[in-house]
Ligand binder design. Sequence first.
Ligand SMILES: [Zn+2]
Length: 183
Amino acid sequence: MKKQMAEAYRQIIESLGEDLARPGLKDTPERAAKAMKFLTKGYNEDIDKIINDALFPTDSSEMVIVKNIELYSLCEHHLLPFIGKCHVAYIPNGQVIGLSKVARIVDVFARRLQIQEHLTQQIAATLQEKTGALGVGVIIESQHMCMMMRGVEKQNSVMTTSCMLGAFRNKQSTRTEFLSLIE
Ligand SMILES: [Zn+2]
């Protein structure tokens, strides 16, 4: 698989008119394939293995927020990065999930070919399903290299997407609390 990918990169580089024999490019196809494999490793990861029973009983039904989770993904339309921050909140329903696991869940879905809208929904739905929370809110703010480096070259535009489930969807006060806490 990696060999096939390296061959594809060889063709891309050649079609740029570049000389694959020059020292700087000699190992680039293999390196690029390795990098691409890393950037899309979410395809080979199993959510249940990652959570690995890191769910702990609680009596609290206070909102839990993990904000400013670094996010690196690849847009599925241009294979260019989009980079930003993800804010995740949920209201426990008898159990809380280990904090680092929230960040890992974000990564599993970010390390695939994505659009930001789906990524936001997948993170929220997974957290909802795996924790049985009373509600989940996810907001992603990111900058898309396909906007910044090509086409319209809008350097400072930030795209914001959100997905609100359960109490975050039904209760204005919950949503407002979440939004005020991530500002
Ligand atoms: Zn794009």
